[in-house]
Design a binder for this molecule. Structure first.
Ligand SMILES: [Zn+2]
Ligand SMILES: [Zn+2]
Length: 135
């Protein structure tokens, strides 16, 4: 499947990536830099991360929004993706989560997968990968 790199516009073949291999590599390096900086400076703000790592604000914000960064700058504000309410973590507020459940849409694992809670983190990661597959 051919597509244009979202960053440099170069044509490349990949089923899911939005970036060409060289931009993907650059992006991964940026991500590691940001991640490492925040790990070493847990009280850093986004601005400090941008200045110290040289990674653009938009990229840093993208890493945060994608949920790739497990530790985020202290001034990051998460917003509910549905109603826009401020959150301390996560992507959907408890109110909207409850609404979704009422509508019968499942954010959690299917009911038959109730054997172990330990596998949960794992299966959530798997789910997010699968949902990007048909991009
Ligand atoms: Zn590229
Ligand atoms: Zn909400």
């Amino acid at each position: 499947m051919l597509r244009n790199c979202a960053d440099c516009g170069q044509i490349f073949a990949h089923p899911v990536n939005k970036l060409c291999p060289s931009c993907t590599k650059k992006q991964n390096e940026m991500f590691e830099k940001v991640k490492e900086f925040i790990r070493m400076h847990p009280n850093a703000t986004i601005q400090e991360v941008v200045v110290e790592t040289g990674v653009e604000f938009d990229k840093v914000r993208e890493f945060i929004d994608e949920g790739r960064l497990k530790i985020v700058p202290i001034d990051v504000v998460f917003r509910c993706q549905i109603c826009g309410a401020k959150l301390s973590s996560g992507r959907i507020c408890s109110q909207c989560q409850a609404d979704l459940l009422l509508k019968g849409e499942r954010l959690e694992e299917p009911a038959e997968d109730n054997n172990s809670k330990r596998g949960k983190v794992h299966s959530l990661e798997r789910r997010s990968r699968e949902s990007r597959r048909h991009d």
